[in-house]
Design a protein around this ligand. Structure first.
Ligand code: CMP
Length: 492
């Protein structure tokens, strides 16, 4: 190589290269290639100037000045040619892959080639054997190693990032708590421009260790999660309904993939819900979050859903002083149930204080066909579906003021059907001992129940496809006789 550089041929090649550089520079609009060609152009101009100077002045110079002049033209030619070849090579690669070339890759290739070209040139001109010096001097190697430890670590981390390609220039990423666009990947560090217009420079080895969340890969919608903490006394399905409804009102929130709201934790002061939604791109996500928080505040206010503060609950014992508002409400509901209307007001009041409120979410099973059971339920709010057979067929739907569970409770037989809440439902549960007491003091109630039981059995048989075993009236009489026996009832 040094022989070629010393010959006049290098002068001709240099001049030709300069022409090619100028030609391509005029034609191209690629910014990276233009910057490489600019460097190659000035190197070649410098080379030609030095070479022509050497041609005329060279014979007059001897010793160190002559060597330095040779060194200068050789280096300028080598550097210019290397930059030209690297620039054009990477441009061809870019044109094929249609992705920008990271600066670190350009620099790494160029500097490695500069170093490799400099070694023989230094040896030929100044008789300096750098490669041998570094290889044979252990102390120098160790010193260099220590001094460059951090820099080399960053350099290799940067190169590893380029090989793995977890991001490209222009990608929106989250790295080490910083969110922004990748502006440049350099030798030592990567520059991120945040959405607050800050420019953050992160050393490459920190990026390699911290991990990168890239929002610009895949080209699909961007998902985001939010946590909401809401009061314990609000049924989860109501919260979910309100949140999903509100999300549907926000145009930037995509319908597909559908947003979700999940109950994720019973936390100290609140039930935690995780809301997940998707938006077209990263820029839209924070807008949707803002809109959701704002709209939910109003929605929760309207629906009386409390957003609780951190709190502790203290339960104070209070001496009973007359019926509470809840008991009054229960009383009203129990009075509206047809068979319970047969009870005296005092009996109803006692019953109201004994029933257990039970909440069921939409889709939850209250009773399973074939199970044993000794509880009776009155629907206080919501709705249940009574299903029988296999596959299950709906026999009936029961709403506020209607009741179920009497068959097993009264006859001791296994549950005759499955009962499922079709929406969030509040049931009032009455246990066997309470029921037995109420029946004992109200024989007409047993008669009404026997009628009801006979009617429901007929309906179940119709669904099962079996013909009625006996007419309804005799069956009701038979059931009534059995009830009197089980509950030791007196003659009505
Ligand atoms: P039980 O058998 O204890 O449990 C299932 C309940 O479903 C049953 O009591 C009845 O209360 C109810 N059930 C059964 N058949 C009907 C029907 N045809 N209409 C309404 N409810 C019914």
């Amino acid at each position: 190589m040094t022989q070629f550089l010393s010959s006049n041929l290098s002068l001709v090649v240099g001049a030709l290269l300069l022409l090619v550089v100028v030609g391509i520079r005029v034609l191209t609009h690629d910014r990276d290639l233009m910057s490489d060609l600019r460097f190659a152009f000035f190197s070649m101009v410098a080379f030609l100037a030095l070479r022509v100077t050497a041609f005329f002045v060279g014979p007059l110079l001897t010793g160190m000045p002559a060597n330095l002049l040779r060194l200068a033209w050789m280096l300028t030619f080598a550097f210019g040619a290397i930059r030209f070849v690297v620039g054009v090579g990477l441009w061809a690669l870019r044109a094929r892959r249609r992705t920008p070339t990271p600066k670190i890759l350009r620099d790494f290739i160029s500097f490695t080639l500069y170093a490799l070209a400099s070694l023989p040139i230094l040896k030929a001109t100044l008789k300096i054997d750098l490669a041998g010096l570094v290889a044979t001097s252990a102390i120098l190697s160790v010193m260099l190693g220590f001094a460059m430890q951090e820099t080399l670590g960053n350099l290799f981390a940067g190169l590893a990032l380029q090989l793995e390609r977890p991001f490209e220039v222009g990608d929106v990423v989250v790295v080490d708590q910083h969110t922004g666009k990748i502006a440049q990947v350099g030798w030592r560090a990567t520059r991120i421009e945040t959405f607050r217009n800050e420019s953050i420079t992160l050393p490459n080895n920190i990026i390699a260790k911290a991990g990168v969340k890239n929002f610009s890969r895949g080209g699909g919608p961007i998902g985001a999660d939010m946590l909401l903490g809401l009061a314990y006394d609000v049924p989860p399905n109501r919260v979910k309904g309100a949140v999903l409804d509100t999300l549907r009102e926000i145009p930037e929130c995509l319908a597909e993939p559908a947003p979700t709201c999940r109950t994720v934790d019973f936390a100290e002061s609140a039930v935690q819900y995780q809301v997940r939604f998707f938006a077209r791109d990263f820029d839209t996500v924070s807008g949707v979050k803002e809109q959701l928080y704002t709209r939910l505040w109003y929605r929760f206010q309207q629906e009386g859903i409390e957003i609780p503060f951190p709190q502790r609950v203290l339960h104070m014992r209070q001496a009973a002083s007359g019926p509470t508002q809840d008991t009054q409400e229960l009383l009203g509901l129990l009075t509206s149930v047809d068979i319970l209307a047969l009870l005296k007001p005092e009996e109803l009041r006692v019953l109201a204080s004994e029933v257990l409120p039970r909440r069921f979410g939409a889709g939850e099973r209250v009773i399973t066909e074939g199970d044993h059971g000794n509880t009776f339920y009155v629907v206080a709010s919501g709705e249940v579906s009574v299903r029988s057979g296999r596959p299950e067929v709906e026999v009936s739907r029961l709403g506020r003021g209607q009741y179920f569970g009497e068959m097993s409770l009264l006859t001791g037989a296994p549950r005759s059907a499955t009962v499922v809440a079709t929406q969030d439902t509040l049931l009032l549960e009455i246990g066997r001992p309470i029921f037995a007491r109420v029946l004992a003091s109200n024989p007409p109630l047993a008669k009404a129940l026997a009628e009801l039981l006979a009617q429901r059995r007929t309906e179940l048989r119709a669904v099962a496809g079996t013909s009625p075993a006996e007419a309804r009236a005799p069956e009701a009489r038979r059931i009534f006789a059995r009830l009197r026996e089980i509950f030791a009832l007196s003659e009505a």
